[in-house]
Design a protein around this ligand. Structure first.
Ligand SMILES: Cc1cc2nc3c(=O)[nH]c(=O)nc-3n(C[C@H](O)[C@H](O)[C@H](O)COP(=O)(O)OP(=O)(O)OC[C@H]3O[C@@H](n4cnc5c(N)ncnc54)[C@H](O)[C@@H]3O)c2cc1C
Length: 403
């Protein structure tokens, strides 16, 4: 593990790994669901937790957030300092480093879009064709010759192109240099309403109706100008025996709609360990799918299938549950939520190596299409240009173009 505190230290660490032929990975807070950071083949992990500053960069006219800053730190600096917000995720301890590069969505996404919709610039330590490590800054400015590298960090996923040391945020429609006017304002008040039902109080029919109501509302209100886009809700189905613990398996799909197979879907949700449906759409859907690398710009809500357990001896049992349930729900499309009129693929920040395994993905849609849809070939070209030696790689990293 190599703890770094500055961009220069990241450059030095990467150079050392390249010179010594060591396989390298980067970790900001380690929330990754797969082994992309902690893989047995990795010989040096660059730990970004020592770079966690959040500050106004007057020269760039943007707010800078270093990779090791958590969502909580970001919220807790932006709001009291400048009355501003970037719409990051639900989990306070997730760090910006890996989170933002995958697109990043959270409770304010229907109002303000994805985090990357406010990304102005990014500083990345890359390795060139001569094997030399260096830091480059790339912006969304149309005339920036490095703009393709900025684009790749708007949903291309972490661990693919280099090590991000900091991001700069400024909304596309922001004017002037006043830090209080660079980013969205958070809502003045938040009304929370929570309702719970015991399974014993809910028939299968009522359960089905509940899930259908949720889906229908979100489909009807997924448009970018929907007057109810400030509303966000989570419908969580917990198995009665669920307890939080250290081992977790999560699968994700972006759903446009539950129709076509609602009975099967509802049957599986009814018996699930935990399935979360969370609002999506709104301003997320105002952005063209190719404008950023995050392609899911028509979905209504997200579905997260998860199971937690403590004892490694139970791995097979719980993994089988998750796999069987997922495969059954998406049986009509080869066991995965292929992009079509019902489902819209998978979220790269909730990676799932099963998507690339022919035992579990029997569709003709490869894992990279599930994550990136039509944006994958462009990501491959960025990969070839900015990481020609494939220094930054993991089991589902963007591959250089064939040939
Ligand atoms: C409890 C929990 C709640 C979550 N909630 C949300 C949510 O509300 N919204 C949402 O969008 N996502 C959510 N996520 C997913 C989260 O966005 C991803 O797990 C994200 O990758 C975590 O970022 P990290 O900085 O911890 O990355 P890590 O786990 O450290 O790394 C993840 C990947 O990114 C790479 N990476 C990390 N840092 C860098 C860097 N500085 N430069 C380049 N590559 C890097 C790693 O190599 C790895 O491939 C949640 C995850 C968990 C576990």
């Amino acid at each position: 593990m190599r703890l770094v505190r500055s961009t220069d230290e990241v450059v030095a660490a990467v150079q050392q790994a390249v010179d010594q032929g060591k396989r390298i990975s980067v970790r900001s807070s380690g929330h990754c669901y797969e082994d992309f950071v902690h893989h047995p083949d990795v010989q040096m992990i660059v730990d970004m937790s020592g770079m966690s500053a959040v500050y106004h960069d007057e020269r760039r006219g943007a707010v800078a957030v270093e990779s090791g800053a958590t969502n909580l730190r970001t919220y807790q600096t932006l709001y009291p300092e400048w009355g501003a917000v970037v719409p990051t995720g639900f989990c306070y301890s997730v760090t910006i480093g890996g989170h933002v590069s995958g697109g990043a969505w959270g409770p304010l996404c229907r109002l303000h879009g994805l985090v990357v919709d406010h990304l102005y610039a990014v500083e990345v330590v890359v390795v060139d064709a001569r094997g030399k490590a260096r830091a480059v800054v790339t912006t969304r400015e149309a005339d920036d010759p490095r703009r393709d590298l900025w684009w790749a960090h708007t949903g291309g996923g972490g661990g693919n192109f280099g090590i991000v040391t900091r991001y700069w945020f400024r909304s596309p429609d922001a004017t002037g240099r006043d830090p209080g006017a660079l980013l969205p304002k958070p809502p003045a008040e938040l009304l929370v309403s929570a309702v719970g039902w015991a399974w014993s109080e809910l028939s299968r029919q009522e359960f089905g109706q509940l899930a259908r109501n949720y889906a229908e509302w979100h489909v009807a209100h997924r448009g970018p100008d929907d007057p109810h886009r400030a509303l966000i809700s989570q419908l969580v189905f917990n198995h009665s025996g669920l307890s939080m613990s250290s081992r977790v398996r999560c699968l994700y799909s972006a759903s446009r709609w539950l129709s076509g197979k609602p009975d099967r879907m509802n049957e599986d949700l009814y018996s699930a360990r935990s399935v979360q449906l969370t609002s999506y759409g709104g301003r997320i859907n105002a952005v063209d799918p190719a404008a950023t690398a995050a392609p899911h710009r028509d979905a209504a809500f997200k579905m997260l299938w998860q199971v937690f357990w403590n004892d490694p001896a139970d791995d097979d049992r719980y993994l089988s549950w998750a796999r069987d349930c997922y495969r059954e729900v998406y049986a009509d499309t080869g066991g995965v939520p292929v992009p079509n009129e019902v489902t819209d693929g998978c979220y790269v920040n909730y990676p799932d190596i099963d998507l690339g395994d022919p035992r579990f993905n029997t569709s003709s849609t490869p894992w990279h299409t599930l994550y990136y849809k039509d944006n994958y070939p462009r990501l491959q070209r960025v990969k070839a240009k900015w990481d020609p030696h494939n220094v930054f790689r993991h089991s589902q990293s963007v591959r250089p173009p064939a040939g």
